[in-house]
Design a protein around this ligand. Structure first.
Ligand code: SF4
Length: 119
């Protein structure tokens, strides 16, 4: 049970690092991915609770800084790839994010199977 919790935390931590890498080092690829995803945000706030609850998430489950310029880019761009959807499923207990990457979308597996950096 403890090991499962550690694995979950490590997965979510790696997800946070992965998104930072995309946003800061692979921005073009990240923008390409989010422009080609489908679906819409359901305002479930699951992505505001990855690893820890965001301090800007209010008791009403709404982001207190949503319409401000200080809202982090990682929040604005979530999800970037399919793996972010996996992270959301871990936190939500299986409920999917409103976005998806279909099979033809190169971002479905952009950071799986050792896809090369700088794509
Ligand atoms: S997990 Fe997906 S649907 Fe839920 S708030 Fe985040 S982007 Fe929107």
């Amino acid at each position: 049970m403890k090991k499962k919790g550690i694995n979950r935390a490590m997965t979510l931590l790696m997800g946070k690092i992965r998104r930072q890498v995309y946003i800061n080092l692979r921005r073009k690829k990240a923008e390409e991915c989010i422009s080609s995803r489908q679906g819409e945000c359901l305002r479930c706030a699951t992505c505001c609770r990855l690893l820890f609850r965001c301090p800007f998430l209010g008791p009403d489950n709404l982001c207190a800084i949503y319409k401000t310029p200080v809202r982090p880019r990682t929040c604005q761009m979530f999800p970037i790839t399919e793996r972010d959807l996996d992270d959301a499923r871990i936190v939500s207990g299986g409920t999917p994010c409103g976005y998806r990457f279909n099979a033809e979308n190169p971002c479905k597996s952009a950071d799986r199977h050792g896809a090369s950096a700088g794509q």
